[in-house]
Design a protein around this ligand. Sequence first.
Ligand SMILES: Cc1cc2nc3c(=O)[nH]c(=O)nc-3n(C[C@H](O)[C@H](O)[C@H](O)COP(=O)(O)OP(=O)(O)OC[C@H]3O[C@@H](n4cnc5c(N)ncnc54)[C@H](O)[C@@H]3O)c2cc1C
Length: 333
Amino acid sequence: MHYVIIGCGAAGVSAARAIRRFDSSGTITLVSFESQPFYVKPELPDFISGKIRRSTLRRSLKKIQSDPNCNILAGKRVVKVLPEQNSVIFSDGNTLSFNFLLIATGAKPALTPLLVKQREKFFLLRTFADAVRIRAAAKQAKRAVLFGGGYTAIEILRALYNLNLRLTLLTSQELFWTTGITSIYSDMVKNRLTNSQIEVAMDEHLHDILDVDGKSYCAVTSKGRELECDLVVVSMGLRPDIDFVEGSGINVDKGIVVDEQLRTNVSNIYCAGDVAQVIDPKNKLDRINFGWLSAIRQGEVAGKNMAGKEAYYVRNEEPYFIELYGKPVMERW
Ligand SMILES: Cc1cc2nc3c(=O)[nH]c(=O)nc-3n(C[C@H](O)[C@H](O)[C@H](O)COP(=O)(O)OP(=O)(O)OC[C@H]3O[C@@H](n4cnc5c(N)ncnc54)[C@H](O)[C@@H]3O)c2cc1C
């Protein structure tokens, strides 16, 4: 039996562990496009600010790595899934066959078409490599502009604030906090930022980025302000990373559509974590759960089902931010 898991993050690793508990001999292959296969993503902001070291962030996968029937393919990107041939294709043209496939590719930053065109002038934070780049740039910088909102934007601001940068957040009511948190909480976050001398420019968007000399930039806002800065970061929320399954016959909507057992419309293909859109009409569930803990829970459910058990994903009804990994967002400042 060969289980292939695309994604070596919270959901992928949790699934591998669950599979191994119920199938002691099947081969498990975890694939990641990153050269650093596993690290705790919620700790990236603290890595950027220097609060934690690289070695703390990169948790070991000792058990998985010492398992002779478990392989980790790092630095390999899946570009296509072929359900009828039970195989995936990598960007280098090689293929890999599976009996069961788990898609656990997470989410990627959402961008407007205007920003896609300016991509080389700003930073995004999705991976460990992105965090290394932001950290290096921030250490040389005095002033940064962040465009966006939501949980990761606030975390990036916290990281840059701890590096003593002068900060402006360009945002709007819609962007500022989108994940179903009450307006009271949103106001608390806003106050926290302004009390930290972070300028929160409401209803002001990033219009253009002018590269002054390759080291400094001018962020032009929708209100015509020109903000000189050394660093521009964009964080406008996340969207499931599903581009590579389009046209494969696997059902997609906002994410990859799965039932409460996390199975797609293809019986031997499962999906878990930030990329999965769980639809369960009985329990009125139709949502994508972004978050470290729900990715771990979903990975476990998918792994059990792939190994022949019967498990169901039941969403915890607690508000999103209470479920977050680590301290709640406001207690981190
Ligand atoms: C800066 C930041 C801070 C965060 N803080 C928190 C927090 O405090 N609390 C919280 O609950 N959540 C937080 N999150 C969200 C949390 O990290 C994610 O919800 C969680 O990592 C999702 O797990 P996942 O396994 O679905 O995806 P990920 O952990 O993103 O893993 C995706 C994996 O898929 C691989 N991959 C993707 N596409 C391909 C491909 N085509 N081919 C091969 N490999 C591929 C990637 O390399 C990676 O290994 C934060 C996220 C960020 C970016």
